[in-house]
Design a protein around this ligand. Structure first.
Ligand SMILES: [Zn+2]
Length: 479
């Protein structure tokens, strides 16, 4: 029986799909205004494993993941570079897909964008106004939280407490300080769309309600994201969707949230200079290592990123991969007997254990533990046949290997190379990778994106690479 921890009920529940044999999932995607950092990658790797697992268990999965391609941060980035918003969003959407491909993250069925769904969003906002759940204020539209008695049910907050904690400078025009924007009137110089309330653009939360309704229907199975999205984003999505549909039991049935990532036990932040982007980390470690590092910890637990821990993950993955390669090499040889029936029993037991772990709220940490057990069995068997000239029961060994491959396919490993194409292991970071970063930094400086320029200098410094700027350009050396 598959059990999942539901943030909404705060307990593990048996998974019962809306429609037998089918799973609908909506995952909040990225705001493409910069490269994803390592914390952003965690939910996508997590959802990828969950999706792989469902497919392996025979479910038909429909996975929708949005791009928030209109947002204050995108507008700011576009203004800084003097380009249109779509130049920024195209660049970082491309970057997102490139990073995910290296992490073996399979594509969603659909990646709806806000800018392509404005009429749907306007319809939904209008419906909420018509039903008395929203009101217009000088070109802005707000959701009236007091009209939804269950507001706060996901995050476990009470409206009274939230109001008491609201900051003094909240907009006094609003009926309740917690009322949130569904539609924002355009400020001068901002992109806008025409609407019944004048020129403006959608608030952040409404897009996910609109897109999940459009592509998954009023009620679907999973909604997920990082735990930082529980409040206000997901709380507001629930309010909008359930009020629009007129059904407090509609919308997502299971809410899954992954834990935070810390860097060397500290919170990740630009000011601490420990902000690690996925493209930067992928210059140092193969994508599969980063993926494996993420999945060695259960998705709800906090995950600490440190050089030591990612090196451990690298060594662990290499051990699993070596057993896989050795086992497959064995299968090239001719078999000599069919006597080792216990091999098949070992395989079946390992698979049952593995599925048991995955059935327990997708416990990849435990499931990977069972892969290590099986890897040991494979190594021992290969060693006995090769070095001790034991009989080779190819039929039963094949069963063992197919179970091992099945596990790997769920975890999403053994799909890429464990070599860094450009890196020179002896010298640390490869010259090409350093030059590429320096070129990117020069671009960032030209665009007056000082934050990114500093970020690159600091991340190189952390790798022992010192930059020297002069009128002739930037030179580098290894410290
Ligand atoms: Zn969302």
């Amino acid at each position: 029986m598959l059990k999942v921890y539901n943030t909404l009920t705060r307990k593990k529940e048996e998974f019962i799909p809306q429609e037998p044999g089918k799973v609908g999932m909506y995952v909040c995607g990225v705001t493409p205004y910069n490269h994803p950092h390592i914390g952003n990658a965690r939910p996508f790797v997590t959802w990828d494993v969950i999706k792989r697992y469902f497919r392996r268990r025979g479910y038909e999965v429909r996975h929708i993941q949005n791009f928030t391609d209109m947002d204050d941060k995108i507008i700011r980035a576009a203004n800084n570079e003097g380009v249109g918003c779509e130049v920024i969003t195209d660049r970082y959407i491309t970057g997102y897909f490139a990073a995910m491909e290296q992490l073996n993250v399979q594509k969603a069925d659909l990646y709806p964008k806000v800018t392509e769904h404005i009429p749907d969003i306007i319809d939904m906002v209008q419906k909420l106004i018509d039903r008395g759940f929203a009101y217009e204020l000088a070109g802005d539209v707000y959701f009236r939280v007091e009209k939804f008695p269950e507001y706060g049910k996901l995050s476990g907050r009470k409206l009274e407490d939230m109001q008491a904690g609201a900051r003094v400078e909240v907009d006094a025009r609003k009926a309740n300080p917690m009322d949130f924007a569904l539609w924002k009137s355009a400020k001068p110089g901002e992109p806008f769309w025409e609407s019944p309330w004048g020129k403006g653009r959608p608030g952040w939360h409404i897009e996910c309600s609109t897109m999940s309704l459009k592509y998954l229907g009023e009620t679907f199975d999973f909604h997920g994201g990082g735990s930082d999205l529980i409040f206000p984003h997901h709380e507001n999505e629930i309010a909008q969707s359930q009020c629009c549909c007129g059904n407090y039991h509609s919308f997502a049935q299971y809410w899954l949230h992954n834990g935070f990532i810390t860097i060397d036990n500290e919170k990740m932040s630009k000011s601490l200079n420990n902000f690690i982007t996925v493209p930067d980390i992928l210059k140092l470690y193969p994508g599969e290592v980063v993926r494996f590092f993420i999945l060695r910890t259960h998705y709800r637990s906090p995950l600490d990123f440190s050089e030591e821990r990612i090196k451990e993950a690298q060594a662990g993955l290499l051990r699993l991969r070596t057993a896989y390669d050795n086992g497959n090499a064995m299968l090239e040889k001719a078999g000599s007997a069919e006597t080792d029936t216990e091999l098949a029993e070992t395989a079946d037991r390992a698979l049952a254990d593995f599925y048991g772990a995955m059935d327990d709220d997708f416990n990849t940490a435990l499931a990977i533990g069972y892969m290590f057990t099986l890897a040991k069995e494979i190594n021992t068997y290969v060693n006995n046949v090769v070095n001790k000239q034991a009989c080779f029961d190819k039929v039963h060994f094949q069963r063992l290997m197919s179970v091992y491959s099945e596990m790997a396919a769920v975890i999403g490993i053994f799909e890429g190379s464990l070599e860094l194409p450009a890196a020179d292991a002896e010298k640390g970071m490869a010259a090409e990778a350093i030059e590429a970063l320096i070129a990117e930094r020069a671009e960032a400086k030209k665009a007056k994106n000082w934050g990114r320029a500093d970020e690159i200098r600091d991340s190189l410094k952390a790798q022992g690479i010192v930059l020297e700027d002069s009128a002739a350009g930037t030179k580098w050396k290894r410290a």
